[in-house]
Design a protein around this ligand. Structure first.
Ligand code: SF4
Ligand code: SF4
Length: 372
């Protein structure tokens, strides 16, 4: 299970096949040995960088707590070169990248980074392509809305196509707090999507390793429902998901944020080394940027494009995995120098993963103990 201190699970993580467990052992080995080998264990292929929700936003705080909108804000300030563009991954680019991943021995694919992957009109065939190539783990994080607003059986088809880890970001167990936190989402659409996925699983249409998860960003709004067990009772007990994960709400762009429901303590390099650059990477929807972890983006850690263009020659995922920027970030973790004010890595210093949350109990309830 994740060593990310911001992440925990309610109920035990599910058991999977021997093949799946073998890939998870390699995931853990990369952390223990701080060994990037010759390829990532996991790749996020960003199928889209658009979203139909605006989580956490309000008139007072129009950016909300989502990275995609924080980047959008930066973009509107005229810093195009310092952020991403919005868009949808070209199916030809997807086909080329997924084949490369299979060829170099990647075990796990996630079809999103920022944004809502079900907005991609080819999302079902993307999952089918990945399943045909035999990856042990094919993951999707979804808000359960997206194109399911128009296609109520979309997540039945996603399950049929062979997804193994389907994560619905739910954040609430009743409509009122859902609509306040997941701004723009429709509660009934989310429920239909989860029901469709659960029905496909129960009909025996899913992959042998399929597990359906409800995930929650714990905030001041839902902390009581999480801590009291109501959240788990609804999603696992009533809706039939297999398991649940909880992340504490952090603050974007270094700003103290009104949504959080935890005290955060900055860790030092003496007490924390991040394993992510040794095992995972991200490719943005346009193939123009790559990152050695999934917690943010600066040009200083960009491994460069995996598409051809005027600025740089075409490079493969494997070449990017060995790029100078990726290696520098690994060295900063291996040598415990990421927190050095002069020569360290600012992105790690500002990253949620290097902070330790202590959940604040709400409404007189005690916070649940952290299990990982
Ligand atoms: S659904 Fe996800 S990508 Fe969309 S606004 Fe919410 S957190 Fe961001
Ligand atoms: S920014 Fe640094 S600490 Fe955060 S996930 Fe990436 S490597 Fe880890």
């Amino acid at each position: 299970m994740s060593k990310d201190p911001t992440f925990r699970v309610l109920v035990e993580a599910p058991q999977r096949s021997a093949r799946y467990e073998a890939y998870r052992r390699e995931w853990d080995r990369r952390e223990a040995d701080m060994d990037p080998a010759t390829h990532p264990v996991h790749v996020d292929l960003e199928s889209v960088a658009v979203c139909d929700l605006r989580c956490g936003s309000s008139e007072d705080d129009p950016q909300g707590f989502c990275q995609i909108w924080t980047h959008e804000h930066i973009r509107t300030q005229g810093f195009d070169e310092h952020t991403y563009q919005r868009g949808y991954m070209d199916p030809v680019l997807y086909g080329r990248l997924i084949q490369q991943c299979a060829d170099i021995g990647v075990s796990s694919i996630k079809l999103n980074y920022r944004g809502e992957p079900s907005l991609h009109p080819r999302i079902v065939s993307f999952v089918r392509e990945a399943a045909a190539l035999g990856f042990p783990d094919i993951m999707i994080n979804t808000n359960g809305n997206g194109l399911a607003r128009k296609q109520p059986d979309l997540f039945y088809k996603v399950v049929e196509a062979g997804v193994t880890d389907l994560m619905f970001s739910v954040d609430a167990c009743e409509p009122e707090s859902y609509h306040r936190q997941r701004v723009g989402g429709k509660w009934e659409v989310l429920l239909t999507s989860v029901r469709q996925a659960v029905r496909a699983r129960d009909d025996g249409k899913g992959a042998p390793d399929l597990k359906i998860r409800a995930s929650v960003v714990r905030t001041h709004l839902n902390a009581e429902a999480v801590d009291s067990g109501r959240m788990e009772e609804f999603w696992k007990g009533k809706m039939g998901v297999d398991w649940m994960s909880i992340s504490e709400c952090y603050f974007p762009a270094g700003t103290q944020h009104s949504w959080q429901a935890a005290h955060w303590r900055q860790m030092s390099a003496a007490e924390f080394q991040c394993p992510d650059p040794f095992r995972r990477m991200v490719v943005t929807w346009d193939g123009r940027h790559t990152m050695p972890c999934c917690q943010g983006f600066t040009m200083e850690i960009d491994g460069g494009p995996v598409v051809g263009g005027a600025r740089a020659p075409l490079r493969s995922i494997r070449e990017v995995w060995g790029s100078a920027n990726f290696e520098r970030l690994r060295a900063a973790q291996r040598n415990r120098s990421w927190d050095d004010p002069a020569s360290g890595e600012p992105i790690c210093q500002h990253c949620a993963v290097t902070k330790l949350p202590t959940p604040v109990p709400f409404a007189g309830k005690r916070a649940l103990p952290v299990r990982d």
